[in-house]
Design a protein around this ligand. Structure first.
Ligand SMILES: Cc1cc2nc3c(=O)[nH]c(=O)nc-3n(C[C@H](O)[C@H](O)[C@H](O)COP(=O)(O)OP(=O)(O)OC[C@H]3O[C@@H](n4cnc5c(N)ncnc54)[C@H](O)[C@@H]3O)c2cc1C
Length: 401
């Protein structure tokens, strides 16, 4: 027989745990189940700093069990299929779970195999990626030991979590090499599927200057398709002046690559997916975060088709909306909470200096502080390196920030 919960949450990551905690603060009597197969919980935003040698990788992982809020039940099972007409989820174990309301928050899938040869060469042949807990320390090994040559950084053409992470590490690497006195021996390239360095023009202006100051060659609208680790070559597709697709190659001595990303396969293959979305994300109303076709289903975090930048910062603003709307749904009252697409991307431009880019769905800056945040500052670096990790473990996951 299926086990029943008032609110069932899929995924005990940043979004799922924050939502569970906030729900229980508002209504301690709720029966909440959190389906989460992993014993470990990761603070991924610090992996950029690990790759830059200024953050301990061990401090980015803790036991999941320590963060399941009191009053919620941890279901150590992975969601496999959704039967939304029956308000039911089937786990990989074969167990079934039913709900009054469902919150879908299993994050995003890293599609390593969409770049040929990437998985095989990752962690060797001077190829790394901060998108993996296991690899971020290797990024630092490569940066630290680099003696000059061609360094290539890639960014896929799919939406990804933290759109800034592919180039944040590039700016820090350049700054490190400048301090070592070898930047003039480094030929740095950025291969990006995007059309510009950043979507918000006020912040893009600052970053374009950093790119120029570091003498970085940019290749925009260029999609990395293959890595040949043993021959140290990276291949990408782009269009020539006549609009014809061309395949190009770059030889590298150091490569930091980022995998294309999409909704987890079990989401893509489910009735919850947006069939019009090439990446299979959960179909929600981008303001209420309620599913467009199944009113008792809500989603938040990296898994949704809301056209915001996929970050923990976005989750901080999405979760209170989901929580308020789930409670309104359960109380059969109108859903009034609305998410405006807020997201933030803390971009270090050098060691000790960071630009806190904040913006909404319309790519309009939404600055929190009473100064021009497009100017990189020491205080914002301290926020990223010291304040935000503490806030995450002590307040955000506990639903109090
Ligand atoms: C290198 C890097 C740098 C970043 N930098 C920043 C930054 O500076 N600022 C920022 O705000 N954000 C940053 N982010 C993004 C941020 O980490 C994510 O946006 C955030 O973690 C997403 O939260 P989530 O809950 O959606 O997914 P996650 O936190 O990834 O959690 C998803 C959870 O779902 C679980 N799960 C998966 N499949 C199933 C299943 N079938 N059933 C049940 N559970 C399942 C997983 O085990 C996991 O615990 C960065 C990310 C990376 C990788």
């Amino acid at each position: 027989m299926a086990r029943h919960f008032t609110v069932l949450i899929i995924g005990g990551g940043n979004a799922g745990l924050s939502a569970a905690s906030q729900l229980l603060i508002k209504k301690p009597s709720l029966q909440i189940g959190i389906m989460e197969p992993s014993e470990k919980h990761y603070y991924q935003p610090a992996w950029t700093l690990v790759g830059a040698g200024v953050f301990d990788i061990e401090k980015t992982v803790k036991s999941e069990g320590d963060f399941i809020p009191k009053g919620a039940e941890w279901i150590r099972d992975a969601a496999a299929t959704f039967e939304p007409e029956m308000s039911q989820v089937t786990g990989r174990s074969g167990e079934t779970y039913t709900y009054d309301s469902l919150i879908v928050a299993p994050g995003i899938q890293l599609d390593w195999d969409k770049i040929k040869g990437f998985r095989e060469t990752l962690g060797k042949n001077s190829v790394s990626s901060n998108y993996s807990y296991d690899m971020a320390p290797y990024t630092w090994e490569l940066i630290k030991n680099f003696k000059g040559g061609t360094a290539v950084f890639t960014n896929p053409s799919s939406p990804i979590k933290c759109g800034g992470a592919p180039h944040k590490i590039m700016y820090l690497a350049c700054d490190y090499w400048r301090k070592q006195g070898i930047l003039d021996k480094c030929d740095v390239h950025y291969i990006s599927g995007a059309g510009a360095i950043f979507a918000v023009k006020e912040y893009a202006a600052t970053l374009s200057k950093v790119v120029a100051d570091n003498n970085i060659t940019t290749h925009f609208l260029s999609n990395t398709v293959e890595i040949d680790g043993s021959n140290k070559k990276v291949y990408y597709e782009t269009k020539d002046a006549s609009g014809t697709k061309v395949r190009k190659e770059l030889a590298f001595d150091l490569l930091h690559a980022v995998p294309p990303q999409s909704a987890p396969d079990f989401i893509k293959n489910s009735k919850l997916a947006d069939s019009a979305n090439a990446f299979g994300y959960v179909e929600v109303n981008k303001h209420s975060m309620q599913h467009s076709r199944y009113p008792n289903v809500f989603a938040c975090g990296d898994c949704t088709n809301a056209p915001c930048s996929k970050t923990g910062a976005a989750i901080r603003k999405q979760v209170p909306v989901v929580v308020q709307n789930v409670l309104a749904f359960l109380a059969k009252t109108p859903l009034t909470a609305s998410y405006d697409g807020y997201s933030a991307c803390p971009i270090p431009t050098q060691y000790g200096k960071l630009m806190l880019a904040e913006f909404d769905y319309s790519n309009t800056p939404k600055m929190t502080f009473p100064f021009d945040q497009a100017v990189p500052r020491w205080t914002m670096w301290v926020l990223k390196k010291n304040v935000l990790p503490w806030l995450y473990w002590n307040k955000i996951l506990k639903g109090t920030a």
